[in-house]
Design a protein around this ligand. Structure first.
Ligand code: CU
Length: 121
């Protein structure tokens, strides 16, 4: 075999190999991960909906603030030994900061069958 033909074959093989290598992603421009602006559901939030607290039991840390949001079409309250909200209409919020450990049960004073618990640890 002629040397020039052999060189040509080697060159073609190298080019194909390089193309394959690049197509496999070895040659990749650095991609910066896009910082996510999306936040998870707000922590320490209890949704009031359909005559229920969701979640019915929530565990937080001392010093945390819990936010209740009434998404129900009727008014509800958040009533515990340590806190008592006004009647919350749809879309209204109530917050309470738990400064000590313990288990805090609460109800809706309008509908006492609605029960929830905040555990502070
Ligand atoms: Cu209620």
């Amino acid at each position: 075999m002629n040397n020039k033909i052999l060189l040509g074959i080697v060159a073609v093989v190298v080019l194909i190999g390089a193309g394959y290598y690049m197509s496999k992603g070895a040659y990749k421009p650095a991609v910066q991960p896009t910082p996510s602006t999306q936040t998870a559901a707000a922590p320490n939030t209890v949704t009031v909906n359909n005559f229920a607290f969701d979640p019915p039991a929530l565990t937080v840390k001392v010093g945390d603030t819990v936010t209740w949001v009434n998404q129900d079409s009727v008014g509800h309250t958040i009533k515990g030994d340590a806190f008592n909200s006004p009647l919350l209409q749809q879309g209204e919020k109530f917050t309470f900061t738990f400064a000590s450990k313990g288990t805090f049960n609460y109800i809706c004073s309008v509908h006492p069958s609605m029960k929830g618990t905040i555990t502070v640890e």
